[in-house]
Design a protein around this ligand. Structure first.
Ligand SMILES: Cc1ncc(COP(=O)(O)O)c(C=O)c1O
Length: 368
């Protein structure tokens, strides 16, 4: 049997006629760069994220980069973030010559621990870059308080968390900007790379829109040194076809997670994800903490079950960040998580039988 961690073939089959006609239309229209579908999906995502403005770009990484550039980040500025995330979060900070300042995570949610942020604020701190990891938002209240008191910006890395909520606020709409990725494995995933930032700040919006086309508001007249980062029209058209189904697919992910929870509850070697009260988790990943991970990995591989290890090495221990001066032991919760986490398939096209089969494999491995 082969159960992939994400099944893009099933997604395509589910809405094939809509995707095919959307793509054919773009090909017939030949408006491949910043065609009308890009504007349309920007409007839809802004509305979905309860934000005034949205700027489509080439990836989630660029959504973060463009946010930081639009907010005026300069070399030497410090930005506080988590070491337990995909590299793009901190990489975008470093790309601009700014310095990622890491803070350890909450062991329950794997998200940045807001209680540890204030002690890292210095007179060089310009902002905070929280990551809503695996589909669950960071507790933003304490961060918004720090923003006010220290006059900081907040860029939300919501690349894994479109539609996630906390206390009725939606991911991406709380900070100065919110960043999304349309990488194919995301809850709203294109058929290639893509990204978008949302904001309520008209200046940030105008600047980001210009920066994505080499800093030119009017073609060939450059106000800033920008980059080339646009959302392809073909990707925009595919995303427009998919977005109608996003809420339904998210609910299915949540149902799948809830079924797993009931099947894993009580196994002492396995810790199920913490789904916090007042938070709406969108389960981009269903991530367990497990004992003897290498053994479980072998058991899953034997049964053809896909899995992911997000992430095997925290960012403060990456080779490229040796120069920042961190050491093993600096962020014990992130380091422990990187040794224990294991994500199993939770995508919306799983059947109950497949979930039972995956859960049985885990349960049998631990003799539960
Ligand atoms: C937390 C996080 N941040 C940033 C990114 C970057 O997104 P992209 O791969 O679209 O550049 C990703 C996606 O992989 C992500 O998971």
């Amino acid at each position: 049997m082969n159960i992939p961690i994400i099944d893009l073939g099933k997604l395509y089959n589910e809405i094939k006629p809509e995707i095919d006609s959307a793509v054919s239309k773009v090909i017939a229209d030949t408006k491949f760069i910043l065609g009308p579908e890009v504007c349309e999906i920007e409007k839809k995502i802004a509305e979905y994220c309860r934000s005034e403005y949205a700027v489509g770009c080439a990836s989630g990484t660029d959504a973060i980069l463009l946010s930081l550039m639009s907010l005026g980040i300069e070399p030497g500025d410090e930005i506080i973030t988590t070491p337990f995330t995909f590299f793009a979060t901190a990489g975008s900070i470093s790309r601009l010559g700014a310095i990622p300042v890491f803070v350890d995570i909450d062991p329950g949610t794997f998200n940045l621990n807001p209680e540890l942020v204030e002690m890292k604020v210095t007179n060089r701190t310009k902002g905070i870059l929280p990551v809503h990891l695996f589909g669950q938002m960071v507790d933003m209240d304490p961060l918004m308080d720090l923003k006010k008191r220290y006059n900081l910006f907040i860029v939300e890395d919501a690349c894994q968390s479109i539609g996630a909520k906390y206390k009725n606020k939606i991911a991406g709409s709380v900070g100065d900007t919110g960043c999304f990725s349309f990488f194919p494995t995301k809850n709203l995933g294109g058929f290639g790379d893509g990204g978008m930032l949302v904001t309520n700040d008209s200046d940030v919006y105008e600047k980001a829109k210009s920066l994505r086309v080499h800093g030119a508001k009017d073609r060939y007249f450059h106000d800033y040194i920008g980059i080339n980062s646009r959302l392809d029209t073909i990707q925009a058209a595919i995303l427009l076809a998919e977005i109608k189904y996003l809420d339904k697919w998210t609910e299915k992910r949540r149902k799948n997670a809830s079924l797993y929870n009931s099947l894993f509850r009580g196994i002492k070697n396995v810790q199920i994800p913490v789904d916090k009260k007042y938070f709406y988790h969108v389960y981009n990943q269903y991530t367990l903490r497990v004992e003897n991970r290498p053994g479980l990995v072998k058991a899953l591989e034997k049964e053809g079950i896909g899995y992911g290890i997000y992430y095997p090495l925290p960012l403060h221990m990456q080779n490229c960040y040796k120069g920042l001066g961190y050491r093993k032991g600096d962020f014990p919760e992130s380091e422990k998580a990187s040794e224990e986490v294991l994500s199993i398939p939770v995508h919306p096209f799983l059947t109950k039988d497949l979930i039972n089969k995956i859960a049985d494999t885990v349960r049998n491995f631990y003799g539960a």
